[in-house]
Design a protein around this ligand. Structure first.
Ligand SMILES: NC(=O)c1ccc[n+]([C@@H]2O[C@H](COP(=O)([O-])OP(=O)(O)OC[C@H]3O[C@@H](n4cnc5c(N)ncnc54)[C@H](OP(=O)(O)O)[C@@H]3O)[C@@H](O)[C@H]2O)c1
Length: 284
């Protein structure tokens, strides 16, 4: 059985769709917090198992010996090491055949704070002795195009990433890589550095949005202090605002610009170009 956690999330849904193109539905199970949210998947013949990363007792029995499991990293920053450890413990107890994990591009070379929980999870996976595969995902292009409406409204992309570049890819690209490692052999105990084929700067992103929309859009480079201030003004909680600004410092240092080609090799096609993702977002 192939088992996907976080299957009702944005990446998880794409992974499940990709799996269903390759394997019958009765060979796929999902582990979700809300069975209701996964009702459509149950209706399509997938096994739906409910569990919460924060409640280890709910994870007991969700995996079986021989399963190929994808642990999609959680979204509750600050709680994820304990949460992921609970999933790893359940997978170890069951004796799964492969544990995949959505980590961070660069592994230990990523020094921004958001990467810390991924480093700790990778270490826990290695310590478990389970066969593993690390999908070290770079940035989603949607992290930017997701706020395209605001960007057009302000005529600006606000960030504190200096002239740093981002080798982003779409969630669909990263999902295709997960599908590849879950459905083909030869990935055991490997770490893939997954990112877009081409790194772009925020000035280039702003220029792309301007060119395609026909509206003026520029990159407004902020200091980290100004950036935190802006995000607080937009209603983000202070710790999250600081986390995002800290990521921008990582981008300025070039930590999310790494383009190894691992992603396009795994999925057998080029990653989705920035221009195409911008075009799709503008059409929505
Ligand atoms: N590479 C990037 O640019 C980037 C950006 C943002 C996040 N990420 C990481 O990549 C992951 C997947 O991205 P995404 O876009 O799919 O995020 P997402 O839409 O927020 O999905 C997160 C998934 O994790 C599940 N989850 C969270 N806490 C859980 C818990 N305590 N127990 C069980 N399940 C839990 C959620 O369940 P529900 O469906 O019930 O909410 C959801 O299915 C994120 O969670 C985060 O770790 C990466």
């Amino acid at each position: 059985m192939i088992v996907v956690t976080g299957a009702t999330g944005q990446l998880g849904r794409l992974v499940v769709e990709g799996l269903l193109e390759r394997v019958p539905a009765d060979q796929v199970a999902v582990v979700v917090r809300s069975a209701e949210k996964a009702a459509d998947l149950a209706a399509r013949g997938l096994q739906v198992r409910t569990a919460d990363y924060s409640r280890p007792e709910t994870l007991d029995g969700v995996f079986a010996a021989g399963d190929r499991v994808l642990l999609i990293s959680g979204s509750e920053i600050g709680q994820r090491v304990t949460q992921h450890q609970a999933v790893i413990d359940a997978a170890t107890k069951a004796g799964v055949a492969l544990l995949g994990y959505t980590s961070v591009l660069g592994g230990d070379l990523a020094t921004f704070g958001l990467a810390d929980e991924h480093h700790a999870t990778e270490a826990a996976i290695r310590a478990s002795g389970l066969p593993f595969v690390l999908l070290r995902n770079g940035w989603y292009t949607e992290n930017y195009t997701g706020t395209l409406g605001q960007t057009l409204e302000h005529g600006a992309v606000f960030a504190s990433a200096g002239e740093g570049r981002v080798a982003s890819a779409t969630r669909a690209d990263y999902a295709a890589a997960a599908v590849a490692v879950l459905t083909t052999d030869g990935h055991q105990n490997r770490a893939y550095e997954l990112s877009g084929d081409t790194a772009w700067s925020l000035a280039e992103y702003a220029a792309e949005v301007a060119a395609q929309s026909g509206r003026p859009v520029v990159y407004r480079e902020l200091t980290p202090e100004q950036h935190v201030e802006l995000l607080l003004g937009a209603g983000l909680p202070q710790p999250f605002a600081e986390t995002l600004v800290d990521v921008d410092a990582g981008i300025a240092r070039g930590e999310l610009a790494v383009a190894t080609g691992d992603l396009s090799r795994l999925i057998g096609r080029p990653t989705t170009a920035l221009a195409d993702t911008v075009r799709a977002a503008l059409q929505q």
